[in-house]
Design a protein around this ligand. Structure first.
Ligand SMILES: NC(=O)c1ccc[n+]([C@@H]2O[C@H](COP(=O)([O-])OP(=O)(O)OC[C@H]3O[C@@H](n4cnc5c(N)ncnc54)[C@H](OP(=O)(O)O)[C@@H]3O)[C@@H](O)[C@H]2O)c1
Length: 333
């Protein structure tokens, strides 16, 4: 019998006693992910680079939780994914304060970042992929200890259908700062930025697959969701310099209007990190996206089949080895 995944927030089990980390949770899809987990009584850590933005978001979430009579703690945990040394320290600090980690949502993402001097690698690749690679691999001992006790740890690496614009990872483009990196950008360079973003999202998905393959059958369920097209988030605001000022509010209004809500955008990853269907149906190393209705309302999560070229274990392994080496070099600086 074919299995059709279903996500019903009302039937999500209570998460009391579970510890969750959501990266990039101060806005957008991550904010709604954190809210839902907290509303089910998980202890949630909002891993973010700006304490000010995170604390403002936590205040907002606490008011919403109070309104539904839920008394859960949401904590700020400092994490700047652009700095690999900082990421390592952040993961170590987390392990010093918590003795378990049940749910890890690697949701933070940047689109359109400039290649400023602090980046060794292409900025979106360094932030979206390498930062998360360093964070997750440092946390692995804690994750494995948790799984040994509970048999159920969930990890998602939030990806995007933008990965479909690239077929492979060009390691030269990721590693070599282009000669025109500081030149003013224009709308003509938009495609270049979208390719960089797509490459980082392909890396998120391949990392999830390779992580799952290496972990094997230990009760750690690693998957990669595409949230859908979600309107009015901060994603891509870094590209504002290539968009004429009068177009910006119009573009934002159009995406809010035509895209999914933040809460609907969170549902595919929430399914993967909370649904009992995941262990029951051994959902591991998969790429999920939402089925949507007219006007982009979330209907259900969907196990999305990708072309064979994306299912190449040699590529996953190559990415892992390259990333390990890159992290080692950054830490040695
Ligand atoms: N929106 C969509 O239609 C869509 C579609 C497909 C996939 N996605 C993916 O879904 C995820 C969430 O997207 P969103 O639309 O909700 O984006 P968003 O509103 O821009 O939120 C992104 C989050 O990532 C954080 N972040 C960026 N750079 C960071 C860094 N160096 N260190 C730590 N945190 C950092 C941001 O923090 P700051 O507030 O500090 O910048 C923010 O909290 C992303 O991975 C994105 O690629 C989104």
């Amino acid at each position: 019998m074919t299995f059709t995944p279903k996500f019903d927030p009302k039937n999500t089990p209570d998460l009391t006693g579970k510890v969750a980390v959501v990266t990039g949770a101060n806005v957008g899809i991550g904010l709604e992910t954190a809210f839902f987990l907290a509303s089910k009584n998980a202890t949630v850590y909002m891993a973010a680079r700006s304490e000010q933005r995170a604390l403002a978001a936590i205040d907002q979430l606490q008011s919403r939780l109070k309104a539904i009579k839920v008394d859960t703690k949401i904590y700020y945990h400092h994490l700047d994914l652009g700095s690999i040394k900082g990421v390592r320290q952040s993961a170590e600090e987390f392990m010093a304060k918590e003795d378990k980690l049940d749910i890890l949502v690697c949701n933070a993402g940047a689109m359109g970042s400039m290649w400023t001097p602090e980046f060794t690698y292409e900025p979106m690749f360094q932030t979206n992929h390498l930062g998360h690679f360093a964070f997750v691999t440092t946390l692995l001992p804690l994750i494995e200890r948790t799984a040994a006790k509970t048999g159920d740890v969930r990890i998602v690496m939030t990806s995007s259908d933008a990965l479909l614009v690239v077929k492979e990872i060009d390691y030269d483009a990721v590693s070599n700062r282009p000669a025109n990196a500081d030149a003013p950008r224009s709308i003509m360079t938009f495609k270049t930025f979208f390719d960089c973003y797509g490459r980082s999202k392909l890396a998120n998905m391949w990392f999830a697959k390779e992580l799952d393959r290496r972990i094997g059958d230990k009760g750690i369920w690693v998957n990669s969701p595409h949230p859908g097209f979600v309107g009015g988030t901060d994603l891509g605001l870094e590209l504002n310099d290539v968009v004429p000022a009068f177009v910006r509010p119009i573009a934002r209004a159009i995406t809010r209007w035509t895209g999914m809500s933040w809460a609907d955008g969170a549902k595919t990853q929430l399914y993967l990190v909370t649904s009992p269907e995941v262990p029951a149906h051994k959902i591991r190393g998969r790429y999920f996206s939402p089925r949507v209705s007219w006007f982009n309302y979330f209907k259900a999560p969907r196990d999305q089949k990708l072309a064979a070229s994306y299912e190449n274990e040699e590529e996953w392994k190559k990415l892992w080895d390259w990333s390990e080496e890159a992290v080692k070099k950054e830490l040695a600086k």
